[in-house]
Design a protein around this ligand. Structure first.
Ligand code: ZN
Length: 124
C-alpha cells in the first residue's frame, strides 16, 4: 500500500464527529460514547485494532509517511467506520474513515454518497 490508498474512495470525518456531545451516561464524566459520524447512532461494536506499518515511506496509505492504527467499528445503524490514528515524527493525526458501502437491513446495498443524497444530508 502506498500514498493515499488506505483512504482512497472513503469518506473522512474529524474524530470529533464521532464523539457523543451530551454528558456521559457512564460513571466517569470524561467518558463519551463513540457515535456514528454519518447518522449519530449511539450503538456500535468494536473490532480488533489493526496496525499498518508506514515504514517512513507512506506504506500505511493514509497520506502521511508514518504508521497507522485503525480501530474498526460496526454501527448498529447501517454504517461501518474506522477510528484512525496516523503518526509520524511526533505528530499524531486522528480521523474517522467511513466505508462507502451502505448495507441496509433489507439487504439493499447503496453507495454512501447516494445514501446521503437520498436523505438530503450531503454536506460540502
Ligand atoms: Zn450510521
Amino acid at each position: 500500500m502506498s500514498d493515499n490508498e488506505f483512504i482512497a474512495g472513503s469518506r473522512l470525518y474529524p474524530l470529533a464527529e464521532s464523539i457523543e456531545r451530551e454528558e456521559s451516561v457512564f460513571p466517569l464524566r470524561s467518558m463519551r460514547r463513540l457515535v456514528c459520524p454519518v447518522c449519530g447512532h449511539e450503538n456500535a461494536h468494536l473490532g480488533r485494532p489493526k496496525f499498518h506499518e508506514g515504514d517512513d515511506s507512506g506504506e500505511a496509505g493514509w497520506g502521511g509517511r508514518g504508521d497507522l492504527v485503525e480501530v474498526p467499528v460496526e454501527g448498529e445503524c447501517v454504517h461501518n467506520w474506522s477510528v484512525c490514528f496516523g503518526f509520524h515524527k511526533g505528530d499524531v493525526v486522528s480521523f474517522v474513515k467511513v466505508a462507502v458501502e451502505v448495507v441496509e437491513g433489507n439487504g439493499m446495498v447503496y453507495d454512501l454518497e447516494d445514501w446521503l443524497t437520498a436523505r438530503g444530508e450531503v454536506d460540502a
